[in-house]
Ligand binder design. Structure first.
Ligand code: 13P
Ligand code: SF4
Length: 311
């Protein structure tokens, strides 16, 4: 009888044969994170995608992330296990409406959060992620007015941090808007020594009570590199896998979601569309693949490169 291989073993074999790399975001299922060659926040993943020597990039994340990897590697094959893995932020900003806004404010510098479609990126002067957004805003001459899209929560936070007034697009992440402040404070009452850490896509009232605000990697580093031992984590619950692996002796509590949320903590249904099986099949069959026109990739590359030059 032929030896039985696990899906993980078969995937490792396939990866070698095809010279493929698996890049995964922290919000992916633990079993996907376990087979990834690299796990990171949006900026780290974009940087990895820009420098990988692999022929095929399998992106275990959402559509805009795989698109960014493709824009950075037009000649490589970029695969996404499920093409329906979208993002509420990217969906909130349709190109037609965004073009209209830009037309009304032709003198504004356009800064777009990386969580947007490739077409929106072509309308952007510079892209940012949550880990470099402050730096990107500060790189723009103070006399220049700014449009920031699509995340209004991150935008509001950046206005407070940088003192810059910006015109904000009305978009939000459904996952980070699901946290309940009342329940969070109640939980904090039960763990008064805990540090509250939050992603800047969260609403203002959550950020006000946070001891640390940062990207997924920033939050992970805070948990690893500070002496505190209990944390309430206000971001997608997938990050807890890597955090708990890095600091098994610390207590990590996911921030609670509002009553009407589909899960008690906060999970991104888009991120969770990817499964280990879909990941394997997509590499085996080399589909679904991200395809974009050369012209679109060329135009979308410029604002991404500007960001990478700054980071
Ligand atoms: P970062 O990993 O860059 O913090 O982004 C979080 C996020 O919501 C990705 O969709
Ligand atoms: Fe988009 Fe929010 Fe999901 Fe990230 S967590 S992919 S921002 S919907």
């Amino acid at each position: 009888t032929p030896p039985e291989f696990t899906l993980q073993e078969e995937l490792a074999q396939l990866k070698k044969e095809k010279n493929a790399v698996i890049l995964a975001h922290y919000y992916q299922e633990p079993e996907i994170q376990e087979v990834a060659d690299f796990i990171g926040d949006s900026l780290e993943l974009a940087k990895k995608a820009a420098e990988t020597p692999a022929d095929i990039i399998v992106f275990a994340g959402v559509h805009f992330m795989a698109e960014t990897a493709k824009i950075l590697n037009p000649s490589k094959k970029v695969l996404l296990p499920d093409l329906n893995a979208g993002c509420s932020l990217a969906d909130s900003c349709p190109p037609k409406a965004f073009r209209e806004l830009k037309k009304q404010y032709p003198d504004h510098v356009v800064v777009t959060y990386i969580n947007c479609s490739a077409e929106i990126k072509t309308l952007s002067d510079i892209v940012c992620t949550s880990s470099n957004a402050e730096k990107v805003i500060n790189s723009i001459p103070p006399e220049k007015p700014i449009i920031f899209a699509p995340d209004k929560n991150l935008g509001k936070y950046l206005m407070q941090k940088t003192g810059r007034k910006m015109l904000l697009w009305d978009g939000a992440c459904i996952v980070h808007e699901a946290f309940s402040l009342d329940k969070l404070l109640e939980l904090y009452g039960q763990h008064p020594s805990a540090k509250i850490i939050a992603h800047p896509e969260s609403e203002d009232h959550i950020l006000k009570v946070a001891n640390y605000i940062g990207s997924t990697s920033g939050m992970l580093n805070f948990v690893k590199n500070t002496e505190h031992d209990t944390f309430i984590v206000a971001t997608e619950a997938g990050i807890l896998h890597q955090m708990q692996k890095d600091v098994p002796w610390k207590t990590l509590i996911p921030a609670p979601a509002k009553e009407d949320n589909t899960c008690a903590c906060s999970e991104c249904a888009f991120m969770k569309m990817n499964t280990l099986e879909k990941l394997y099949n997509c590499l085996a069959e080399e589909t679904p693949e991200i395809t974009l026109s050369q012209d679109l990739m060329k135009k979308a590359l410029r604002p991404i490169e500007r960001m990478l030059e700054l980071s």
